[in-house]
Design a protein around this ligand. Structure first.
Ligand code: ACM
Length: 708
């Protein structure tokens, strides 16, 4: 029943229905002081391949600084005007875009005549007192480089209103190109309709992190969002619902709307991938087109929250022919509107389909796609059927799947992936336990689900696409490296409302789609963008979280309602130790196992979940130390004895063994030392169930704790 996971496990977390609403950004930590400074190399995301700080001053823009484009090429010129427009609101300048034949001083020079070795998206950027030069082999690389330039300017440059400046580009020399050619983000516009302006805004934000693909999940049970002239009912009936809403009249993109989205994406060097999901997730189509149903009767439009409820009728020749004809009509229309190479055919979660029925869908849909000279894309389930070589499959499995690799009980997903690999498919990695943006960050996240676990920012960052279909120890990848096309973050909208552990009620608050998207995507989308762009060897969580923190003010200036997630040293915030916290090291949290209420229970590490058994209330004592009281048990963390003694919980007594000194370290982490022994709180390993003891200071990373 793997396929029912996405929404099938939606009530599994009801135990946590008492949700704490998030505090506004930065309010959860008291304001004041600045974070540990982290100057050059600059706080760039994604981290470039190479970056050298340059001595001396940066280049300060003036109202007359030209943007000099060294080409007659229209696309390169377009990047020049893009830069001028991007800088205008905050600077108040309308920088002139000029054509030139050679590099000049005191200008922002955009040179698309760089060596071919830079590849389509690579670039070099050099800035110093006398100007900036971005060089690439073509306009696309210039555009990527310009996003780096943007991050070398002060955060206020992202503001929509005029700011004082000065506008100085930090001095640096960068050479950069992406690890993967496919770096996508998916918006579920089917469950929740995003008006065109909100899609364009999301495109702009994602482009700032060098995302180059926008996958639009255009159809599902709850709605059909793209007008097809030949089948007007699809939008008349099929677009009248969303998850939780009925009665809509314009919850779809007309051909003009869709073209506007595509044109905007194209101007940001982003490819649009339209998804027409099937053979399941098709209730909106079944409600619009009677002959797709076995009884030739239209189903009712659907605005609920269940999954696995629908299937095209593929039981007999006549209806299979109806489905094929329908798919040809739809795919022809969508292909015509889509300049990009891919049509995504879905293929996920089809509990009622027999292998024959599933195969009939894939045959019809893939033939309709290749007939339009488009490349087939689909969820990894598509691999169970015959697909054209060169198709792209999107892997959305999780740890259970990886764990099963090489065992006699490999999961269905792993078998489908193996089939896809054998057919020559390429893979885009969207492992749900890292790359699904609708998974809650932690127990306090108001929106989304957690069937694939919580996905805190660290988890969205710390994974390697090369091992997302490997065993848990990272060996034995079943998708060879050359068949990995890239990475995609997926923002589903199954539960885009507050209190999402339960079904909505009439008083449920629904954020605007853009607000939901902001909160769930920032800061995790930039983390995933770096996963796709930056070489694995250049990625490090501790370094990343310092850089990421510096983007908070950029998002604030841009009006992005981001989640000031714990674990990131956001500027302008300082850690207040007093109060309730998750205490973490090595990506794991200090845990009272099973929420024990017994004295003497040994504390361990466990995957962070922000539950009561991982919540520790720090209470300041007269000697400046703290007691740490577990929320579930009400007992205090205690170590008695010497080096190696277990840290346990016990009824609070305020003795020295229960008092802990919190010592700030350089990068926002802390050592936690027993006031009795002076020894440090130490985890045995960064793994679930690892024991926690007190030990001499050893410099180990497992003696460094974040207190979030
Ligand atoms: C999926 O999450 N059903 C692709």
């Amino acid at each position: 029943m793997r396929w029912l996971r996405r929404r099938g496990r939606h009530l599994a977390v009801l135990a946590t229905a008492l949700l704490a609403l998030p505090l506004p950004a930065a309010a959860s930590q008291a304001a004041a002081a600045s974070p540990s400074p982290h100057p050059a190399p600059y706080a760039l995301v994604p981290q470039p391949v190479s970056q050298q700080a340059v001595q001396g001053q940066g280049f300060t823009l003036t109202p007359r600084t030209p943007i000099a484009v060294l080409s007659k090429n229209a696309a390169a010129w377009g990047v020049g005007t893009y830069v001028s427009k991007m800088l205008a609101p905050a600077t108040g300048y309308s920088l002139p875009v000029v054509r030139d034949t050679r590099t000049r001083k005191n200008a922002v020079v955009l040179d698309p005549n760089g060596p071919k070795s830079l590849g389509a998206e690579g670039y070099t950027l050099s800035s110093g007192k006398h100007g900036v030069v971005v060089r690439a082999h073509g306009a696309e690389g210039l555009f990527r480089g310009v996003q780096t330039l943007r991050q070398l300017l002060p955060a206020e440059v992202e503001s929509h209103s005029r700011q004082p400046g000065p506008w100085t580009v930090s001095p640096v020399r960068i050479t950069d190109s992406p690890r993967y050619g496919y770096r996508g983000v998916m918006l579920d516009v089917a469950r929740r309709f995003y008006p065109v302006e909100q899609v364009k805004r999301y495109i702009d934000q994602a482009a700032a992190y060098k995302i180059n693909t926008l996958h639009l999940h255009l159809t599902d049970d709850q709605g059909w969002r793209i007008a097809i002239d030949a089948v007007p009912n699809l939008t008349k009936v099929g677009a009248s619902t969303q998850s939780g809403f009925t009665g809509g009249t314009n919850w779809y993109y007309s051909a003009e709307d869709y073209k506007e989205i595509v044109a905007h994406a194209t101007s940001r060097f982003m490819t649009v991938v339209p998804e027409i999901d099937g053979p399941g997730h098709t209730q909106a189509a079944l409600a619009s087109v009677p002959e797709l149903n076995c009884d030739d009767k239209a189903k009712p439009p659907y605005s609920g929250f269940d999954v696995g409820i629908s299937l095209y009728c593929l039981q007999d020749k006549e209806h299979t022919a109806n489905t094929s004809r329908f798919l040809r009509t739809v795919i022809k229309a969508v292909a015509r509107l889509t300049p990009g190479p891919y049509i995504h055919l879905g293929g996920d979660e089809t509990p009622q389909a027999t292998p024959e029925q599933y195969g009939a869908y894939v045959k019809a849909a893939t033939e309709a796609t290749t007939a339009r000279n488009k490349t087939v894309m689909g969820w990894h389930q598509l691999g169970q059927a015959a697909v054209p070589s060169g198709s792209i499959m999107q892997f959305w499995g999780e740890a259970d799947d990886r764990e099963s690799i090489g065992t006699p009980q490999e999961t269905e997903s792993i078998r489908f992936v193996r089939n896809g690999v054998a057919q020559g498919a390429k893979f885009v990695m969207s492992p749900s336990d890292h790359a699904y943006l609708d998974m809650k960050y932690d127990v306090s996240t108001p929106y989304g689900l957690s069937w694939s676990g919580y996905v805190p920012v660290q988890k969205s960052y710390e994974w390697d696409p090369a091992t997302s279909t490997a065993k848990l120890d990272g060996t034995g990848s079943i998708v060879p490296a050359q068949q990995i096309a890239g990475v995609e973050a997926a923002l589903w909208a199954d539960r885009a409302y507050e209190g999402s552990n339960a079904l909505p009620t009439p008083s449920t608050r629904w954020p605007e789609p853009h607000a939901y998207a902001d909160y769930m995507s920032y800061p995790r989308l930039p983390a995933l963008a770096e996963v796709g762009w930056t070489p694995q060897s250049a990625r490090d969580w501790k370094d990343f979280r310092q850089r990421l923190a510096q983007h908070g003010p950029r998002w604030a200036a841009a009006g992005i309602g981001y989640h000031a997630a714990p674990g990131i040293p956001w500027p302008g915030t300082v850690k207040v130790v007093e109060g309730a916290h998750s205490v973490e090291t090595g990506g794991k949290a200090l845990d009272n196992p099973g929420g024990s209420t017994s004295d003497g229970t040994g504390l361990v590490l466990w995957a962070p979940n922000r539950g009561g058994n991982q919540t520790w209330t720090f209470t300041r004592q007269s000697d400046g130390s703290y007691t740490m009281t577990n929320k579930t048990s009400g007992k205090c963390a205690e170590a008695t004895g010497g080096s190696g003694a277990a840290v346990v919980q016990r009824t609070c007594d305020n003795q020295a063994g229960q008092r802990w000194k919190v010592i700030p370290l350089d990068d926002g982490e802390h050592a936690i030392a027993s006031a009795g022994s002076g020894l440090l709180l130490t985890a045995a390993a960064a793994s679930d169930g690892a024991t926690v003891t007190q030990q001499k200071s050893s410099g180990s990373a497992l003696q460094r704790w974040t207190i979030d």
